[in-house]
Ligand binder design. Structure first.
Ligand SMILES: [Fe+2]
Ligand SMILES: [Fe+2]
Length: 199
């Protein structure tokens, strides 16, 4: 249903929910990055009218999500933690550059769609299984927007780069994403894996 090559076990939720503030801070930074990446796509393809209008909307939505997550951190008495290096994003971009240069529009759209797809899976798991009811409610509320984003990025990839080429890259990078996520260590963050933490 999430069109991912590897599915996160539900037990991931119990582990990550032991660290709600760390999870929320990492998530807030993901929203901020998503807004920045939508702006980056505008800079990359200013002449693509459909892309520019939709990325402008996405950037705004992601900033709303950011504000909402930060408000939840403050409500819990916490503060937004400094951003840290993200092994998931680094790994995904490295794998995407096996297929095309880092600046390639198709890869950037597909990577953005895959991050939305993985986020959607994680939000759904948290909405269903988080023992913390407020946390579950927050993730349930964010689900529809991220579901729409996944479809939008893949749709733009097909529209701008052709269906056959887009679908081939989506299939390749979906497999690469699954392989990456399967091997990632657990950490209290949105896109962590389920492997034992290395001491
Ligand atoms: Fe978002
Ligand atoms: Fe999104």
């Amino acid at each position: 249903v999430f069109q991912l090559a590897w599915h996160t076990p539900a037990e991931w939720v119990a582990r990550v929910c032991e660290h709600p503030l760390a999870l929320l801070s990492d998530h807030a930074h993901c929203e901020l990055k998503a807004a920045a990446s939508a702006q980056g796509l505008i800079l990359r393809a200013p002449g693509a009218g459909g892309l520019v209008a939709r990325m402008a909307e996405i950037a705004q939505e992601e900033m709303e999500h950011f504000a909402r997550v930060v408000a939840e951190i403050h409500r819990r008495g916490g503060e937004l933690a400094p951003v840290t290096e993200n092994p998931y994003a680094r790994g995904l971009l490295a794998r995407a550059s096996d297929y095309a240069p880092r600046t390639d529009l198709l890869s950037r759209l597909v990577v953005a769609g895959l991050i939305e797809a993985r986020s959607l899976e994680r939000f759904w798991l948290l909405a269903e299984h988080a023992p913390d009811r407020e946390l579950a409610a927050l993730y349930r509320a964010l689900l529809p927007s991220e579901a729409a984003h996944r479809g939008l990025f893949f749709g733009l990839a097909r529209e701008l780069c052709g269906r056959a080429e887009a679908d081939a890259r989506i299939a390749e990078l979906t497999a690469a994403e699954g392989e990456l996520m399967r091997g990632l260590a657990f950490a209290p963050r949105m896109h962590s894996g389920f492997e034992p933490e290395v001491a």
